[in-house]
Design a protein around this ligand. Structure first.
Ligand code: ADP
Length: 736
């Protein structure tokens, strides 16, 4: 008998659980196992019968775009008792299941580990009592488990993100954006309560993404005078030009005496201290709902695929299948749970610094960045001898450019510099189109698509450098922050090479990476790439819906130039059967194999086929040509449509991640500039999440001709796409 894996979702539901279940089922089948869905969490195992059912390839078709969990989730009191767990063990064993992948919160992971510990006793007792046979007992002597964290709170220590958090941030950010627009019309204050009993992640990140004024979180209860402090911060930002005030409160926030601080308490403070008619919005279950974001489709797919391999190996202590730097990362399961529970104890004991530290360096850094960004100081004039820093864009438009520029400007002002917007990229710099920007001038930028400073792809030529350096000199700029894409790297390389001839170019210059193509060196995600991916994924969702009534194949073209990130990540997130990348090229042999597989599939009952082609995958086999080849070979058995997504991918309002990523990189870049100015430095660098790198490092990192990094982490998604999308035999009527 083949190995049988059970999969269940347990505890609170989270968007993206379906992608994880789909990945477990299909990777399981791919690697030769059978996968059983345990319905309604651990209750399904306790109840047995048809609550434990085998899942086939097509049972998990068409689920990537759906929130919730197709196999149901529950909280199960019986499973907390020994008898309940023993009953669950029996039902698993009679179904031949001795490997479990659980998707849930720390409670579900703990319960699963208890069952694993007790399993050998249960096997012995059940065999002695005649509930299972001696053969069953000897075939299933131990339980092998792996855990994925499904929790919108991002409250698990040991993983960068948990399944559902990014989608919840989408819901919260949409709500804050909507509230901001109505609030601004009436000069009103709003208090927004978000989920997070012990964890302020959603609150801090949504406050950053929504450019809120104040945030209250469990890990850092505010000082006793928080009411006055909050009123002061809000008044200052109004004086600096803001028309609204938005306070974000995590539901578990307490003061230093352990008394809850509710959204209503905050509203009362606004009324008392500021005489404001504030409104409260409690987002509640909206945060768990809706369609999963692109990240909550590809990330759980990656983890589900990894979890199957983990339980099939089954040769080490139980692991948490976590995500670290966009790759699967394994941690001993119960160590991660213990570390997570420790944070709640630290908060209870009043050790707030440790509680914050336990959440990780990035959380601490982002909380600090939020305070720097939100505290306007309208009365503080820059010192007469302060430095003057210019901000400009270079390269194609990337959503999140505005959020990044606005945070550079506010952080710069906070650090005591005078900040200047350079309009129209390097040509604008040459023409001297430079304006001083104050804290209030960038109000509302965070949520907006486009680039208010204007962006140009133009790279200065050697001849331009004289005019460029003259302009830097006359405008008195002491440093430059260039937010942009590949051409920014090329421009800075030229500037660096020629710096000896032009002393004015010997100032600190840093690039903050922004590009929807995600083709930039030294980092995993450039600002803009996540938004473009979400637009592509949402567009493909609509395309799929349009085809429900017909037998149809689609060839969808995404942007990305020579970099396949957008194409491949979209393919994984929507469950495309095939992607065409420039990195691989396209040959007639590939196309023939694809067409044979597709035609065979439609003959066997398939109703849908989706290929995604990068815009520059091949100069010969264009989207149009591939569409026609599919059509010709289909001989009328199905229809084929070619769709070019085009510039919509650059046009959207930035996703929460792109805003947050922009703020993170901006904060590092600004800290570096301040440090360079203080120490008289004149380096030329580009920002990465791990710090600044010298522009000369590019030669080791970049394929200049193909305009992409030499190392492309996301190519690791390729086998996952194949394993999860290509049904064995190809003939299944599968969607997704
Ligand atoms: P989450 O998994 O989201 O943290 P809960 O803490 O409510 O949610 O746990 C979900 C389910 O996991 C519980 O209803 C129960 O069935 C099981 N569970 C949780 N903690 C334990 C435990 N200590 N022992 C056994 N089962 C547990």
């Amino acid at each position: 008998m083949s190995i049988r894996i059970g999969v269940l979702t347990s505890g609170g539901d989270a968007q993206g659980m379906n992608a994880a279940v789909r990945a477990v089922v299909r990777a399981g089948i791919h690697f030769g196992a059978e996968v059983f869905g345990i319905h309604e969490g651990w209750q399904g195992a306790v109840d047995g019968g048809d609550q434990i059912r085998r899942l086939e390839w097509e049972d998990v078709g068409n689920v990537l775009s759906k929130g919730g969990t197709l196999i149901g989730t529950a909280r199960c009191a019986a499973f907390r008792e020994r008898d309940g767990r023993k009953q669950a063990a029996r039902n698993l064993i009679v179904n031949g299941i001795d490997r479990i992948i659980v998707i849930g919160g720390d409670g579900s992971l703990t319960g699963t580990d208890r069952l694993r510990e007790e399993w050998p006793e249960f096997v012995a007792e059940l065999a002695a009592e005649g509930d299972i046979t001696a053969e069953q007992a000897s075939a299933h002597q131990r339980l092998i488990i792996a855990g994925l964290v499904g929790s919108i709170d991002n409250d698990m220590v040991g993983t960068d993100m948990t399944i559902g958090t990014d989608s919840a941030l989408h819901r919260i950010t949409e709500a804050i954006d909507a509230i901001s627009s109505t609030a601004a019309s009436h000069q009103r204050s709003f208090v927004v309560e978000v989920m997070g009993r012990h964890c302020g992640y959603l609150a801090v990140m949504s406050a950053i993404a929504g450019a809120a004024d104040y945030v209250l979180i469990p890990e850092r209860p505010p000082a006793d005078d928080w009411r006055q402090h909050m009123a002061h911060v809000l008044r200052q930002s109004r004086r600096a030009g803001r028309r609204t005030s938005i306070v974000v409160v995590a539901e578990g926030t307490q003061d230093r005496q352990g008394n809850p601080i509710t959204a209503e308490d905050v509203r009362a403070v606004l009324a008392d201290e500021m005489g404001e008619d504030a409104r409260v919005t409690i987002l509640g279950h909206v945060q768990r709902g809706g369609t999963p974001s692109a990240y909550d489709r590809w990330m759980p797919s990656l983890l589900g695929h990894a979890a199957v391999q983990e339980v099939l190996r089954g040769d080490r202590e139980p692991q948490l299948v976590a995500i670290r730097g966009n790759r699967p990362h394994f941690e001993p399961l119960m160590d991660a749970v213990a570390a997570t529970r420790r944070v709640a104890s630290l908060i209870e004991e009043g050790d707030y610094d440790e509680a914050m530290a336990a959440r990780g360096r990035s959380f601490v850094q982002m909380t600090r960045a939020f305070h720097q960004l939100s505290e306007a100081r309208p009365d503080v004039e820059p010192a007469p001898d302060c430095s003057q820093i210019g901000v400009l864009h270079c390269g194609g438009l990337a959503p999140g450019m505005n959020a990044t520029a606005a945070s550079v400007i506010r952080l710069g002002i906070d650090a005591g510099h005078e900040m200047f917007g350079v309009y129209g990229g390097f040509p604008g710099l040459i023409d001297g189109d430079i304006r001083r920007l104050g804290w209030g001038d960038v109000e509302g930028w965070a949520a907006s698509g486009g680039a208010n400073l204007g962006t140009r792809r133009t790279i200065p030529t050697e001849e331009d450098l004289y005019a460029l350096s003259r302009s830097i000199e006359t405008s008195g700029l002491d440093a430059l922050i260039v937010i942009g894409g590949f051409n920014a790297y090329r421009a800075l390389t030229l500037i660096h090479d020629e710096r000896k001839r032009f002393p004015a170019l010997q100032i600190p210059i840093v690039i903050v990476p922004a590009s929807i193509d995600n083709n930039l060196p030294g980092l995993q995600m450039a600002v803009g790439a996540d938004t473009a991916l979400n637009v592509a994924v949402n567009s493909v969702d609509l395309i799929k819906m349009s085809a429900t009534a017909a037998k149809r194949a689609f060839v969808v073209e995404t942007m990305g130039r020579h970099c396949g990130f957008l194409t491949l990540a979209t393919g994984v997130a929507v469950g495309a059967e095939r992607v065409y990348l420039h990195e691989d090229g396209i040959t007639i042999a590939d196309l023939k194999a694809d067409i044979d597989w597709m035609v065979e599939g439609f003959r066997g009952g398939r109703s849908f086929y989706l290929a995604i082609r990068n815009e520059e995958a091949s100069p010969f086999y264009t989207t149009d040509l591939i569409t026609r080849m599919f059509e010709a070979e289909g001989q009328g058995a199905f229809s084929v449509r070619g769709i070019v997504l085009g510039h919509v991918q650059q046009g959207a309002a930035p996703s929460p991640f792109d805003r947050i990523n922009g703020v993170r990189l901006a904060s590092q870049a600004m800290a570096w500039v301040s440090e360079q100015i203080a120490s008289g430095g004149n380096q030329h660098v580009f920002a990465t999440p791990d710090g600044m790198r010298g522009i000369r490092d590019l030669d080791e990192l970049v394929d200049w001709e193909a305009r992409r990094p030499l190392e492309q982490w996301w190519l690791e998604l390729k086998p996952i796409l194949d394993d999860l999308s290509l049904a064995p035999g190809g003939a299944d009527a599968s969607r997704d």
